[in-house]
Design a protein around this ligand. Structure first.
Ligand code: GLC
Length: 477
């Protein structure tokens, strides 16, 4: 009897535990309170600036196929799709050109730190299907082909430079022989509209493989900060396409503090309005992911209450192309970072290293120039909140609450107003104002229902001069 009672008790406890697990399986975010979520998101919200790295077999091809430029604009990590190559033809052309040097990862990590980035996201596998880690689940990976684990080299380098890191992982796969591309009309595949070369395909077998590779990535490299999924279509997404909730639950079970984007889904509840890269919505139920990813685009106004990150290229391609010379100026990039911070978002700025891992000089120069600006003005970006103002003709604003009921506003002046002063529609008492770089003080006075800050004769920084203005209390417009 005693033993029977004991087993009943154990049975009851086991049932309770299983019940909890089952609930988590359907909704991985449900177990977390909003306060716990804020705590998990804190470093990411404060970071504001990260570096994206697109690197894979396509990097060696550099936008050239059979001696000809495939294009001068657009994502050349899609080159296999553009030339409609089957995976064997593609691999044969690309593998000999993918020859990573010994110290590529340290150079990237140093560049990211010099630029002022707080985190780096690397393509562990792009749509081409080639995995950069040493994968036991595949022969199409750096371990099998190069006898190296490029993900480990990357992770070690990020840790050495004190950077957070994450993996971009493509759920689309142009290599795997069971990836059933016929199930979606919207997702790209080089063989689209053609019959499967191997007859039937069992997408479930591909999903086992996908889950297994992701498991390797979250099991073999210690704490991973970000999983950046890519991507889904309205006609193929979520559970049906990727067993998405199960995948997210497995990831969170091993990496409880990880931050994931919403690209395993493509529905309005998950923050998506359409298939366009700017087709996102200012809403996101956390069970679909932690943040929204406007691509090549800065939302006109912020998205209050939603975490978002604009990812962007420095020229127009994610993966390296020797033919793309449409480089954005450092000033544009600095102002983009400021603009994004003023709207409460993060900036994930991309580099596309070459097949040997070296970074195009234009990208190195741009990143370093951002770094020069950030060393002087980073305080106006890291850990700041969105602007309280709807629009400022001359620039942007971020803010930070200080102790003793003081708010510090960071006024980023892009264009010197002709009347040579900043006029802010604020009813607060101004306490002090100064140039963030160098600290020389400026006058700040209340005039009617506004605060007026006269500017010096010349603005010291042509990219963005930052005026710090301290006011009493939270901004009152
Ligand atoms: C896209 C593209 C891709 C790129 C990515 C970055 O969806 O397919 O090539 O890696 O977005 O956001």
């Amino acid at each position: 009897m005693r033993t029977q009672m004991g087993s009943l008790l154990i049975l009851a406890v086991v049932c309770m535990l299983n019940g909890g697990a089952a609930e988590q399986a359907t909704d991985p975010a449900q177990a977390e309170t909003p306060a716990q979520r804020d705590e998990r998101m804190q470093w990411w919200r404060e970071a504001r600036f990260g570096m994206f790295v697109h690197w894979g077999l396509y990097s060696g091809l550099g936008g050239t196929w059979e001696g000809k430029a495939v294009g001068t604009r657009g994502g050349m990590e899609w080159i296999q799709q553009y030339v409609k190559a089957d995976t064997d033809t593609y691999a044969q052309a690309a593998i000999p050109k993918f020859q990573p040097g010994p110290d590529f990862a340290r150079a990237w990590a140093r560049l990211a730190r010099e630029a002022g980035c707080r985190y780096v996201v690397l393509t562990s596998k792009h749509h081409e299907g080639f995995a950069l880690h040493d994968s036991a689940a595949s022969e199409y990976d750096a371990g099998s082909v190069l006898r190296r684990d490029l993900v480990k080299e990357f992770v070690d380098a990020c840790r050495a430079e004190g950077l957070r890191f994450g993996f971009y992982h493509s759920v689309i796969d142009w290599h795997h022989d069971q990836y059933a591309y016929g199930l979606s009309k919207q997702l790209p595949h080089p063989l689209k509209d053609k019959p499967y070369p191997n007859g039937e395909r069992d997408h479930g077998v591909y999903l086992d493989f996908l889950h297994r590779q992701v498991d390797e990535l979250i099991s073999n490299y210690g704490a991973v900060d970000i999983l950046w999924w890519d991507y889904s279509a309205q006609d193929f997404q979520g559970d049906a396409a990727w067993r998405a909730f199960d995948l997210m639950r497995k990831v969170r079970a091993k990496q409880p503090r990880i931050i994931m984007n919403n690209r395993l889904f493509r529905s309005p509840e998950a923050g998506w309005a359409s298939m366009g890269t700017d087709g996102y919505m200012p809403q996101l139920d956390p069970k679909y992911g932690d943040f929204i990813t406007p691509e090549q685009h800065i939302p006109a106004t912020g998205m209050p209450g939603v975490d978002w990150e604009t990812c962007m290229t420095i020229n127009t391609t994610w993966g390296y192309s020797e033919h793309d010379h449409a480089w954005k100026s450092a000033q544009t990039l600095i102002r983009n970072l400021v603009d994004i911070a003023s709207k409460g978002g993060n900036y994930l700025l991309n580099i596309g290293p070459k097949g040997d891992g070296s970074v195009p000089q234009e990208s190195v120069d741009a990143m370093r120039r951002i770094g020069v600006w950030m060393r002087k003005n980073g305080e106006s970006i890291y850990g700041t909140q969105a602007s309280p103002f709807e629009k400022l003709e001359w620039g942007r604003c971020t803010r930070k609450p200080l102790a003793n009921n003081i708010t510090r506003l960071y006024l980023h002046v892009f264009d010197r107003p002709s009347e040579a002063r900043l006029v802010l529609p604020l009813a607060n008492r101004p306490l002090k104002a100064f140039l963030l770089d160098g600290g020389s003080s400026l006058k700040a006075e209340a005039v009617g229902n506004a605060i007026v800050v006269p500017l010096p004769a010349a603005l010291p920084d042509a990219d963005a001069t930052v005026v710090a203005l301290e006011i009493e209390g939270a901004p009152r417009l």
